[in-house]
Ligand binder design. Structure first.
Ligand code: LLP
Length: 412
């Protein structure tokens, strides 16, 4: 079994998969499947690594975890406790941040369609910055604030991100931020509002970016504008999903990013980044049980989850590397499929698994980011629990949804 895209504290003990010192098969017995398993120590270490990589090169900097990639207080809090701030988009994530107990000055509010309620709550909490995405934000903040609110302006860096088009956000036709030809007017308009205190700029190129040049291009394009004290250059660093992938390390990323900031924006600015996927993605695995093996024209190995707990394949065609664990034997070429009622609910086709049989445990690594986030109830599936595995003990961070909760919102 190739563990190269597994979390750092994954190991094999006599052929059995261990995560954070816990036998994964025992975690399955105790908490059921499907389940999201997090290498808690690995995640904490990665949060520290991001901060060290940045602050060692640029002391006046802050790493904000992009909460959207795993928006639950347990995960956000674990990361915030290491010293990271939190980037939130929307009231739900803002309330989750509040629940972590983080100092609100380390929270940044995003959103391309912020409601009055979101802005009012952010002001009441005293978040560090509200990121203005559009001129209606300006009107709303002016109306709701009673003293000047520190804001950043999200601008288009005019970079065509080399990623899935659904995750590209740096181009001028994007729905996010102010397109380049309108930035100067927007800045002037914000400055006319006494309740907005414009401190700097924000730009986010896109997500799953593997070519670091693209971050440099965004920073160079920010330098074409007037200088500010604060720059938040967003998230987006890509990760490895399958063993044949390669991705920049945190240090390579930080080195290139900070060099570009120093070259184009100066050495005395406040610098922020917002990693989501690259923070939590490599530290999560999803655990399933094989429900049926159908040997027909192809061999379909169906598990007890699927696009209800992982939309990455259906939405973006993301390749994954599932493996049957704790088993040795002959390899068989299979299609790994989910339990949902559409053919698109397929994790991977033509993939070698060890003699799949009903009841086997199947793990998909590199599923820490955006899986929990976009989990859903397709076919009445219950959203899976999140289990932290650390130092040989497994504890539930988010419990499994119940059928009472599933049906409880319907008033019949
Ligand atoms: N900052 C902003 C303003 C963002 O919009 C995003 C992601 C991030 C930071 C974090 O980016 P990351 O480091 O995670 O790449 N639903 C998709 C991902 C969409 C990302 C949206 N914005 C998925 O499942 O892969």
């Amino acid at each position: 079994m190739d563990l190269s895209v597994y979390p750092p504290n994954a190991a094999l003990d006599d052929g059995r998969l261990i995560l954070g010192g816990c036998r994964v098969a025992e975690v399955a017995d105790e908490f059921g499947t499907p389940a999201y398993l997090i290498d808690a120590a690995g995640l904490r270490a990665r949060a520290v690594a991001f901060q060290e990589a940045l602050t060692s090169r640029h002391p006046h900097s802050q790493v904000l975890f992009a909460s959207k990639s795993f928006p639950t207080p347990s995960v956000m809090g674990l990361i915030a406790d290491t010293g990271c701030g939190l980037d939130v988009a929307g009231l739900g994530e803002l309330l989750a941040a509040e629940r972590t107990g983080i100092d609100p000055s380390r929270v940044v509010l995003h959103g391309n369609a912020k409601s009055d309620a979101e802005i009012a709550k952010a002001i009441e909490m005293g978040v560090g910055y509200i990121v203005v995405d559009n001129l209606d934000d300006v009107v709303r903040i002016s109306r709701l604030a009673s003293e000047p609110v520190p804001v950043l302006l999200r601008v288009s860096p005019s970079v065509d991100a080399e990623t899935n088009p659904a995750m590209a956000t740096g181009h001028d036709t994007s729905k996010f931020g102010i397109p380049s030809h309108q930035i100067e007017d927007a800045i002037a308009q914000i400055r006319r509002e006494p309740m907005l205190d414009l401190r700097g700029l924000h730009a986010h190129v896109g997500s799953q970016i593997l070519n670091v040049d693209q971050f440099e291009q965004a920073i160079a394009s920010l330098a074409k504008l007037e200088r500010f004290d604060v720059y938040d250059v967003g998230g987006g660093l890509g990760i490895r999903y399958v063993p044949s992938d390669s991705a920049p390390t945190i240090d390579e990323y930080a080195e290139r990013l900070v060099s570009a900031v120093h070259q184009h924006l100066g050495t005395d600015v406040e610098l922020m980044i917002e990693p989501g996927r690259s923070m939590v993605g490599p530290n999560g695995i999803t655990l399933y049980r094989v429900v049926t093996v159908k040997r027909g024209v192809r061999t379909h190995v169906a598990v007890d989850g699927g696009m209800g707990d992982n939309l990455e394949v259906s939405l973006y065609g993301q390749p994954f590397d599932p493996a049957i664990i704790d088993k040795s034997g002959r390899l068989e070429v299979c299609d790994v499929v989910g339990r949902h009622c559409e053919s698109g609910d397929t994790f991977v086709t033509g993939h070698a698994l060890v003699e799949p049989a009903v009841g086997d445990l199947l793990v998909i690594p590199a599923t820490g980011a955006y899986t929990f986030t976009m989990s859903n109830n397709y076919n009445g599936a219950l959203r899976p629990p999140v289990v932290f595995c650390e130092d040989g003990s497994a504890r539930v961070a988010v419990r499994r949804e119940t059928y009472e909760e599933l049906l409880g919102r319907d008033l019949r």
